[in-house]
Structure formats: structure tokens, C-alpha cells
Design a protein around this ligand. Sequence first.
Ligand SMILES: NC(=O)c1ccc[n+]([C@@H]2O[C@H](COP(=O)([O-])OP(=O)(O)OC[C@H]3O[C@@H](n4cnc5c(N)ncnc54)[C@H](OP(=O)(O)O)[C@@H]3O)[C@@H](O)[C@H]2O)c1
Length: 246
Amino acid sequence: MNTLINKVVLITGASRGIGAAVARKIASEGAKVIINYAGSQVEADQTVQSIKANGGDAIALQADVSKADQVAALFDAAIAHYGRIDVLVNNAGIMITKLLKDTTDEDFTRQFDINVRGTFNTLREAATKLANGGSIINFSSTTTRVMMPTYSTYVATKGAVEQLTRVFAKEIGARGINVNAVLPGPTNTELFTKGKPQEVIDRLASLTAFNRIGEPDDTAKVVAFLASDDAKWISGQTIGVNGAMA
Ligand SMILES: NC(=O)c1ccc[n+]([C@@H]2O[C@H](COP(=O)([O-])OP(=O)(O)OC[C@H]3O[C@@H](n4cnc5c(N)ncnc54)[C@H](OP(=O)(O)O)[C@@H]3O)[C@@H](O)[C@H]2O)c1
């Protein structure tokens, strides 16, 4: 099904992980895709090449989402290349897990700068630069629904993303743009698996109804639906994508 045919979709943090899976899925449904990355140019180029090899259309554009001037330049470069942006997927994010008492000022600032300021920066650009009738999908996390030690500042950033989603949905709705947030559960990417013993991964998998962690494609399929016109009446929502974990 080519439900996204000719839509132009900007995905932040799409060099790898869930963002890259979203880029491939959305491109396979006919969209033109802008793959944003911060440092992983090689992976971003590989994602572009894999999309082109399947007949899709994609470019990679570098920008650190935490920097307002770089985000403005990212939107301008994407519009200069494809003529417009219809869909924004705010996927870029980092996770630092530490007990609150051990969290440094730098840990706190870095997470808020990328996860919250990054989302704020792209939403502010989208307010004037996203095409009428478009869609925005932000990224929160199922960890906001479970009280897991060491996740306090990470879930605080994602709680902020959810509230930006709810209010911005009302502010931008007059232009026919819907805004939602997805909340993936534990998903098989570097962000989740790095440094985790298999028994921790297995324990988290056992908290889902299907006794497995998510794959990036599980979330990509939901994001592709939310980016389609069929999802237009869904707006301002926070949607768990987690196999009934919470
Ligand atoms: N994996 C999970 O279990 C899980 C669960 C719930 C929610 N999430 C959320 O899902 C999103 C994607 O996570 P993931 O697991 O796919 O992570 P990942 O594999 O670590 O990938 C993160 C992506 O974000 C990009 N990024 C990081 N900092 C950036 C910045 N300042 N500017 C632009 N891009 C930046 C990275 O690009 P560079 O390498 O180029 O920096 C990379 O492409 C995040 O928002 C995360 O919080 C993940």
C-alpha cells in the first residue's frame, strides 16, 4: 500500500535505530524522506542508500536538533530540496540512566537539550514551515508509565515532550496539522540494549503480553499510519507502542 505517496517527511535522528526503520518504512510507502543525523554520517548515508536501492527517494542532512540555528537551516535545506515538508517525525533522542542522586548537571542538561529543546526547536520551525494539512509525530517512551529507578531525568524529558504534543496540537490544528506522540516500549536498538545484561532484557520482555521486546519496525508501522491521511482525526494523543507493557 502506498499511502504516503509524494509526501515529504523529515525524520530527526534517522541514521540508525527506530528513526532509520521509520525512514525505510515511510519511503516504502512512497514518501520522500529527509534523514537527519547529528554525528553518524556513515549510517545516515547507508540508510539513504538502502532506500534508494529499493526505488525510494531520500537525502541525509546533518543538524544537531538541540541547536536552534541548525534546526532552522535543516528545515530550509529540506524545503529547498523537496519544495515543502508535509510530515515531521521528532525521533532524535538520548537516554542517560542513573539514580537521581548520581545524575550530574551535565547529564540533566544534555538530556533536556536534545530530547526537549530539540523537540521544541523543530516544533517552532514547523509552526510556520510545515505544509498545511501535514502531520507531526513526537517520541515519548513507555518508561513514563512505569516507575523505574534510574529513569527519572529521562522520563522527565519525555513527560515534557508529551505536554508539548498536547498543547501544540491545539495551536497548530487550524492549519489542518495533527500532532501525536508515540510511546515505544523497550526496543531492540543501541539506545536500549547497550550495556544491558541479557537477563535484564529478558525481564523487561516478560512484562509485555508477547514475551519479547519491540523491534524498530513495530514502531515504524505505527508512525507510518500516524503520518497518513487516514490518521487525521487522531490529534493531541499519546499512544503506547509496547505490546501491553503499560
Ligand atoms: N529503544 C528504545 O527502547 C526506546 C524506547 C522508548 C522510546 N525510545 C525513543 O525513540 C527514539 C529513538 O531511539 P532509538 O532507540 O532508535 O535510539 P538510537 O538507536 O540511539 O538512535 C538515536 C538517533 O538519534 C540521533 N540523535 C541523537 N542526538 C541527536 C541530536 N542532537 N541531533 C540529531 N540527532 C540526534 C542519533 O544520530 P547520531 O548517531 O547521528 O547522533 C540516532 O540517529 C528516542 O527519542 C528514544 O528516546 C526508544
